[in-house]
Design a protein around this ligand. Sequence first.
Ligand SMILES: O=C(O)CCC(=O)C(=O)O
Ligand SMILES: [Fe+2]
Length: 282
Amino acid sequence: MMKVTNHGVHEALQSALMDACKELFGLPPEQKAEFMDAGPMDPVRFGTGFNSAVDGARYWRDYVKMFAHPELHCPAKPDTLRGVAAEYAARTRGLLLELTAAISESLGLEGGRIAERLDLGSCFQILVGNHYPPSGGPDDDGAVGLPAHSDHGLLTLLFQNGVDGLQVKHDGRWLLAEPIPGAFFVIAGDQPEIGSNGRYKGVLHRALVDRAQARMLCVSLIGPCLDAVVEPVPELAVAPLRLEYMGVEYRDYMEHQQSNKLNEKGALDLVRVQTAETLGNF
Ligand SMILES: O=C(O)CCC(=O)C(=O)O
Ligand SMILES: [Fe+2]
């Protein structure tokens, strides 16, 4: 997890997106109905929890998800949303692509290597608005808004409305992600872990709910092109290292992660190479 400052995405643009998301959540139910039954691969989706079809438990979250690249999809209301979402998506995509180039270099690869392998000119991008109402009672302190998980994409960028709650697992302990004003949190997802053959780790994180205040945040996530097959970059998976992950089309990985109950980093099992060691006692 990193915090990024001096990122060039103006605070006014961040606030405009937050305001538009607030308005969106406040729309009467009939204006959101067409997006309520949407599935994980539908380009606009409203919901509660993570995926209410499979959660089995109620988490304290309302969300809106909008595919933003290669094509922007968003509800027609509020009127300001499309313009703000388009600009925010473009700016944060540029920033996330720059960070991807830095990750490529940190692995000893050419800066453009990851972008070339994953066809990032056609990268997938999604914008998400999360709203966690206050949990209400003293017994609910620490109620879970979103359970422990890693994200399905390459990098996730987020900012919040001043109410904390994001926690990151570090050395076996949950640590609160403490904001710097104006900075973004950036979280590595599962694709850097697959592509780097485990040298980068998808960050395990979760969100707690505040007892007294509503928490809101906006997420911009980029992933590979949906058609790209993600697999360890050959230069990083040479003997004596063993291959940790198999190749998977990003579309399939994302659908798998989004269709199942959030279970820490369980989605990666889809592509983990099984060895006698990982099979345990079988
Ligand atoms: O609410 C948060 O702080 C984290 C949200 C999150 O992890 C997600 O939307 O994937
Ligand atoms: Fe997340």
